[in-house]
Ligand binder design. Structure first.
Ligand code: ADP
Length: 495
């Protein structure tokens, strides 16, 4: 985009000399591309400076009444004028006057008789420096305005985590003044249990990545409050520093809680009537209350399938909500893995048949013992198997393999289906995520199954992952720690 050109005013230069001839020479040298103001005495020069604020002053050193040093001194003591750069113009060739002038704040020295080229070059240099100074000042003001008005707290810390700057929002967030925050150790502003994340980041100065996490912070009142912290490395004035962005997430948490409570209430209210609708439809379709005419059967069948789908959705929502609230109960017991798998495969067999997909449990020499909640593992396996069947072509086979390595048992479910699109792969385990949202009508599903599966497997100290290739298939696997058979036998013997 081209910005409209702004016609900048010509730089304004004040020439001060008691000799009219000198002023005239300088005027001729500079007036083509500068606005030249003129003064023949110190008093006049100071008055013009106050009235017109020139960008640069060319000042004769030797003048009657008030000499160049005195004019410079008065300029430098006036806060409104001290920023104006001054170049001395003098016939004095001795070093002492040049040193004195520079010490008093002059930016350059030009010798008389002047050489117009040299004057123009020196003036240009000073005006360029001035322009750069203005750009830096504007950029500092701009940054300060952003920092002062940002809604997020922004801090900078040295590599030891000591705060070096803080914006007003950071001060408000913690209930301290910005002055109180400076020189404070950042970790002392967090709940004791939350300090590890910060320390890990500060202890890795070579780590250039950004770290983002939620934590409990400590308000000046002693109250804890939730914040999101983003840490990144930066450099300022040649010094490396850490930039800390702090966001108050109390409101976000409150809204999330409200949303979860709402989903939970609605789901509970829906589940009971839906269970009786499912039951009633099942009984009618099964002919328990009399024979059903074929035309009505198809309609009832559709109603039954849809009410079952709705039940799945509601159960998934309730599971998810319970899990987020840490309320999903797990009943752990040490048991062989294979029967749980066989059970899950058996319960999905009819579903697979409807899609013309068969499940094949491969030879399994494994007698691995695992410490699990068998109902929850069944639920996870049912999700992996039903996904594998859903995304397989007709007449395909889904293989389930069990292998053991490094004290872990791996259950792998391999299909020969569509695979998972590249751009969706990092969202597979997110809540409500589906590669193709239109699938939830054609294939059924909520996009919650794998999110729930991951939470459940994590609770069972295991891990879940996948490999996939577009149009070749996917392999979803679960790994669980094995309980050594000997240890289990010993435990049983001692009890
Ligand atoms: P859904 O209830 O939609 O199946 P999941 O959380 O179980 O929800 O799966 C999320 C999404 O991951 C699916 O909608 C699908 O896009 C993709 N997906 C899961 N398993 C497979 C698979 N075996 N093959 C292809 N895509 C899969």
């Amino acid at each position: 985009m081209n910005l409209p050109l702004r016609k900048l005013p010509l730089p304004r230069i004040l020439v001060v000399d008691d000799q009219a001839i000198n002023i005239q020479t300088l005027y001729q040298t500079l007036s083509d591309d500068h606005q030249v103001l003129m003064a023949t005495s110190g008093e006049q020069a100071l008055a013009i400076c106050r009235a017109s604020l020139p960008d640069l002053v060319l000042l004769d050193l030797v003048m009657p009444v008030m000499d160049g040093y005195e004019i410079l001194r008065q300029l430098k003591t006036d806060p409104a004028l001290r920023h104006i750069p001054v170049i001395f113009i003098t016939a004095n060739t001795d070093n002492a006057s040049e040193v004195r002038g520079l010490a008093q704040g002059a930016v350059d020295f030009i010798l008389k008789p002047i050489n117009p080229e040299i004057v123009r070059a020196r003036v240009k240099t000073q005006l360029t420096l001035l322009k750069q100074k203005i750009v830096i000042q504007e950029s500092e003001q701009y940054t300060k305005a952003i920092l002062d008005n940002a809604a997020d707290g922004i801090l900078t810390c040295n590599n030891e985590g000591i705060i070096e700057s803080a914006n007003p929002a950071a001060a408000t967030l913690f209930g301290h003044s910005t002055e109180e925050l400076i020189a404070t150790d950042l970790t002392s502003l967090l709940a004791v249990t939350q300090r590890q994340n910060i320390s890990t980041f500060f202890n890795n100065p070579n780590n250039s990545s950004v770290s983002k996490f939620e934590a409990e912070a400590l308000h000046a009142s002693g109250q804890l409050f939730p914040i999101e912290i983003t840490l990144s490395h930066g450099v300022h004035g040649g010094q490396s520093l850490i930039i800390v962005i702090l966001r108050d997430i109390a409101e976000r948490r409150r809204i999330e809680q409200m949303k979860n409570d709402f989903i939970s209430t609605v789901s509970h209210e829906l589940r009971t009537p839906l269970t009786s609708i499912n039951g009633a439809l099942g009984l009618v379709i099964g002919g328990v209350v009399g024979s059903v005419p074929p035309a009505m059967h198809a309609m009832l069948d559709m109603a039954h399938k849809n009410s079952l789908r709705l039940s799945t959705l509601i159960n998934d929502l309730l599971d998810m909500e319970k899990m987020l609230a840490g309320k999903l109960d797990f009943t752990f017991s040490v048991q062989p893995i294979i029967p749980v798998l066989e059970n899950a495969i058996e319960s999905l067999r009819a579903y697979g048949e409807r899609l013309n997909v068969s499940f094949q449990l491969q030879d399994h020499p494994s007698n691995a013992l695992v410490n699990i909640d068998s109902n929850r593992l069944h639920q996870v396996m049912a999700n992996l198997l039903s996904n594998a069947a859903k995304y397989s072509p007709q007449n395909a086979q889904v293989e389930i393999a069990v292998t053991e390595h490094d004290d872990r048992v791996r259950i792998a479910v391999t299909d020969h289906g569509t695979g998972i699109p590249l751009k969706f792969r990092d969202q597979v385990f997110q809540k409500f995520s589906q590669a193709d949202a239109s699938n939830n009508r054609t294939k059924g599903g909520t996009g919650l199954g794998l999110a729930i599966a991951r939470e459940m497997i994590t609770r069972m100290n295991g891990s879940i992952g996948f490999t996939t290739e577009t149009d070749v298939g996917s392999c979803f696997y679960v790994e669980l720690p094995c309980i050594p058979v000997a240890a289990e036998t010993q435990k049983n013997e001692s009890t």
